[in-house]
Design a protein around this ligand. Structure first.
Ligand code: CCH
Length: 281
């Protein structure tokens, strides 16, 4: 592999996470979302999409409405790219998520470098591969099964909604899921099970669920994790056992950021996908 100092990059990322001028005082949540959306385009049938190649650099992908607001995360990381020009964007964006999770009190997530950016915009996966929050369990399953995840992993990954908030002007949904959205815990699962959630319309006319004081929210997709019996089993386990949630989240997030990354003997990722896969995009 290379002798680059990825630890030094991680240390710099950690420094930009506290930020009094942004959201709840942290860039962490939006960095986690960038790592997830950069990776969550993967399709296991064609081998297309995924973090390798950092295809969100291209307008076709960055303008997918699901990616609204992620320009903030990309901009926050830009000074770090300038300081360490040798790191690929695809490594930087995935590392950003991993560093943010740990800095906010979450688990250590195994991360490996070696992703490469040298792909042109022909490799951009089609828009529409990320989940739609207004839908339910069948939709989530079809999206995450396409990436190669099972029900347990879907619920574990969804626990990332313990972080951050919805912004009406980005997604059409509004508010945070938990009272402290910059601390990684299993509160999201506890609230899903134990708070009273009432369906309402938000200020831009979309249906979401509100806590009784109106301060917290759940998306329709979040609520499907408690109404679907197979998902619910895992919500109950993770609400009761924070350590189990941390262990399973770490494994699933690590798998997410590795999707479609096939490394050669040098550790560097191989060219994004075969011409056959590319022809099927
Ligand atoms: Fe998410 N997420 N997410 N999410 N998400 C949003 C925000 C965050 C869905 C919809 C939304 C995952 C799964 C899903 C984060 C991490 C993960 C928003 C608000 C919507 C809508 C965006 C806005 O307005 O800014 C749906 C639907 C699914 C699955 O069905 C997974 C998986 C992860 C990571 C493992 C994080 C973090 C945020 C907060 C971002 C911020 O800017 O605060």
């Amino acid at each position: 592999m290379t002798d680059h100092d990825y630890g030094a990059v991680a240390a710099e990322i950690k420094k930009i996470i506290p930020n009094d001028d942004y959201d709840d005082g942290s860039t962490g949540p939006v960095l986690v979302r960038l790592a997830w959306h950069a990776s969550g385009t993967y399709d296991k049938e064609t081998g297309t999409g995924g973090s390798n190649g950092a295809t969100m650099r291209y307008k076709i992908e960055s303008s997918d409405s699901a990616n609204n607001g992620l320009e903030y995360a990309r901009k926050f990381l830009e000074p770090i790219k300038a300081k360490f020009p040798w790191i690929s964007y695809s490594d930087l964006w995935t590392l950003g998520g991993v560093v943010a999770i740990e800095a906010m009190g979450g688990p250590k997530v195994p991360w490996k470098p070696g992703r490469v950016d040298d792909v042109d915009d022909q490799y951009v996966p089609p828009n529409g591969r990320l989940p739609d929050a207004s839908q339910g369990a069948d939709h989530i399953r079809s999206i995450f099964y396409r990436m190669g995840f099972n029900d347990q992993e879907i619920v574990a990954l969804s626990g990332a909604h313990n972080l951050g908030r919805c912004h009406g002007d980005r997604s059409g949904f509004e508010g945070p899921w938990v009272p402290n959205p910059i601390r990684f815990t299993n509160t999201y699962f506890k609230l899903l099970l134990h708070a009273e959630w009432v369906k309402g319309k938000n200020s831009v006319g979309n249906e979401q669920f509100y806590s009784d004081d109106g301060e917290l929210m759940m998306l329709p997709t979040d609520m499907s994790l408690v109404t679907d019996p197979k998902f619910r089993v895992w919500v109950e386990k993770y609400a009761a056992d924070r350590d189990l949630f941390f262990k399973d989240f770490s494994a699933a997030f690590s798998k997410l950021i590795e999707l479609g990354v096939t490394r050669g003997p040098e550790g560097l990722a191989l060219r994004k996908y075969s011409t056959v896969a590319r022809a099927r995009l």
